[in-house]
Design a protein around this ligand. Structure first.
Ligand code: IPM
Ligand code: MN
Length: 347
């Protein structure tokens, strides 16, 4: 039987709850579709850090490289480990080391979900640059603790990095409704963002079938609230994409519904699938986290692995469950109830 080997990293807080949920849905889906998922769980997390002084072992990246994909829950337990340490010790190095340069985040209302907006029909695919830009990690601090203290954090935009994410955006737009919105802040940031706009214009000549528009990030934030139905594919830099996708999650009814895929389009290393939400320490281990974002992310994993029919079936099962009112009222249904509702809808 065809078997995929999956590295499972539940991480911290509700990461464990939602990863368990996603894993059980994926197992059922795989079984009924004639392939197997062989999971290997890694306890890498803030608890692991407290024990070992590292978020993952020194050879963690090399260990993960052998897998077909990575399923991740959430990382962060700020009461014990600063977020700047935990995220730079696990999530962000994986995205960079495995050249997962395209972070794909779909934003649309699931059936039955009441979003905060009047708009009911929108279907936005945010594509976030995921390896450089504002998250490059280039910088430093000097004169620490004195009045002369200075902190510098440099955004790095390379032609390779910008061109490949924009190309990815154009391709996605081509495969959808043919519209690409490229987001910058080139009226204020005159080097990197003008560079991004120029590359957008250059590439648009190669994609005459895609209608491309450039927006400033502030205007895009407003548009996502006022006219989300006018958007198809939205492509943005790392930080801008981060912010816009929390906004995207909000307009789709909350972070419990926002899925994401960190894709290495060249397939030179494994891709990683995780919900947009964090570890939510306040509700950790209570069994009330919404697993829909994680389950949807798991469907994106199967899609990436080539099991497109199963991915479509899982998303249809999520939709069937939410249409019946399961998982759509914040805090009402337990994680297990939602998971079982989706599994029931699968068969
Ligand atoms: C996300 C998260 C991460 C990010 C954090 C936890 C570093 O907010 O995946 O959106 O900013 O990329
Ligand atoms: Mn985020």
């Amino acid at each position: 039987m065809k078997t995929y080997s999956i590295a499972v990293i539940p991480g911290d807080g509700i990461g464990a709850d939602v990863t368990d949920a996603a894993w059980s849905v994926l197992q059922v889906a795989a079984r009924t579709c004639g392939f197997a998922l062989n999971g290997t769980e890694f306890p890498w997390s803030c608890a692991f850090y407290k024990e070992t002084g590292r978020m993952m072992p020194e050879d963690g990246i090399e260990t993960l490289r052998a897998f077909d994909a990575i399923l991740l829950g959430a990382v962060g337990w700020p009461a014990e480990v600063p977020d700047s340490v935990s995220l730079h010790g696990l999530l962000l190095p994986i995205r960079k080391a495995f050249v997962q340069y395209a972070n794909i985040r779909p934003h649309r209302l699931l059936p039955g979900v009441q979003g905060p907006l009047r708009a009911e029909k929108f279907d936005i695919l945010c594509i976030r640059e995921n390896t450089e830009g504002e998250y490059s990690g280039a910088g430093g601090r000097v004169h620490q603790g004195t009045v002369d203290e200075v902190a510098v954090e440099t955004s790095i935009f390379t032609r390779t990095g910008v061109e490949r994410i924009l190309r990815f955006g154009f391709e996605q737009a081509r495969a959808r409704r043919g519209r690409l919105a490229s987001v910058t802040k080139s009226n204020a940031q005159k080097y990197s963002m003008v560079f991004w706009d120029e590359i957008t214009a250059e590439l648009s000549a190669e994609y005459p079938d895609v209608e491309v528009s450039s927006y400033h990030i502030d205007a895009m934030a407003a548009r996502m609230v006022m006219a989300p139905e006018s958007l198809d594919v939205v492509v943005a830099s790392n930080l801008f994409g981060d912010i816009l996708t929390d906004l995207g999650a909000a307009i789709q009814g909350g972070l419990g519904f926002a899925a994401s895929a960190n894709i290495n389009p060249q397939r030179s290393a494994p891709s990683m699938f995780e919900p947009v939400h964090g570890s939510a320490p306040d509700i950790a281990a209570l069994g009330i986290a919404n697993p829909i974002a994680a389950i949807w992310s798991g469907a994106m994993m199967l899609d990436h692995l080539g099991e497109k029919d199963v991915a479509v079936r899982i998303i249809a099962a999520i939709e069937a469950a939410t249409a019946r009112g399961i998982g759509i009222f914040p805090g009402r249904d337990r994680t297990e109830t939602i998971t079982n509702g989706i599994i029931a809808a699968l068969s």
